[in-house]
Design a protein around this ligand. Sequence first.
Ligand SMILES: [Zn+2]
Ligand SMILES: [Zn+2]
Length: 376
Amino acid sequence: MKYTYALLFILSIGLFSISCSTNRDVPATKWYRGNTHTHTSALRVHAKTSPKDVTAWYHKRDYNFLILSEHDLFIDPKKVEMPKDKRDDFILIPGIELSEELHGTCMNVLDKVKKISGKGKTNKQIIQSQVDRTLAIGGQFIHNHPNWLSKVKKEDIEGIKNLTLFEHYNGTMSVEQTFGSDEFESTQVIWDYLLGKGDVMYAVAADDAHSHEPGSDAPGRGWVMVNAQKAKELTPKAITDAMLHGEFYASSGVFLDNCDFDNGTYRVVINKEATIKELANLAQVRGKPIKNGKAGFRIEWIEKNGKVFKTTTALSSFLKAKKDQIYIRPRIVYTRKNLTFGWEEYFAWGQPQFMDGRTIKSNHTHGLASKIAHTH
Ligand SMILES: [Zn+2]
Ligand SMILES: [Zn+2]
């Protein structure tokens, strides 16, 4: 009899641990860290640091991929001198920054993209043409710093075919671009507007570094973390495809263990230690200044119209999406006291998950990408 009770007890413990280890106990995702936008002295007037030294900077800081995106000047990764101790998990992705009237990173292109004047064209026509020219030579396009010089309005980006990536955060322009000012429409407003209009649009954070000395153009302020399991391998094509499908999150300082959507549930788990360690370098990082704050993390869940519908200060959050929310996306905020000016905030932005059945095809009605089904 005693034996039976003991057996029942063991069985019930077993069942209990099974129920506890449902989706809340997921292992940390393996991520590839990368920067899609940086400048070098290859174009002499533009930046001071050589392609070799810029590459070494990112390699040393455990990035896994980098695009040396010079203005209309193709830097062939094969000709860039790599660090002597180069890790196997580091690659250069070939690309340029197309700098016409408007800018964008042409990702995974093996040549220059033909530059043409947009004179007399609308912003929408210019961006569409940039996307088309990039796809025509096998790459993907990221629309960079939309509100630079207040040039591009949200309506200009709406409905552009084959565009699913845009710079939501740019390390040089920093918080003014993302959160808006009297001059700028914020990229947050632009993003939720596009998502509300039915576009599939994913947010990129990038450095756009021009100088490797501490200052307003320093590197290490904006990056993406690509889901390594979804990308499957670290190659220019695999990383580009994974980003095209939204298999990444963007960051201005916050690291996550998990940020994915599985079986109707969006999972976010913060990596507190990695975040605090990363932000210990004050010369390099730059947060959003706020007047008053409370130290710590919070996870905000956003739905249609950019509405924050749920906030938690826990280090993880699991959310089952409802159909009428149209889309949900998480924004993860870390608040801390800054030594010089009060309080500041750093962010990670998870990509939207759509409840209305929209797919990448809604942006991609022709060309290469139309053949790729959305796999969420
Ligand atoms: Zn630019
Ligand atoms: Zn740039």
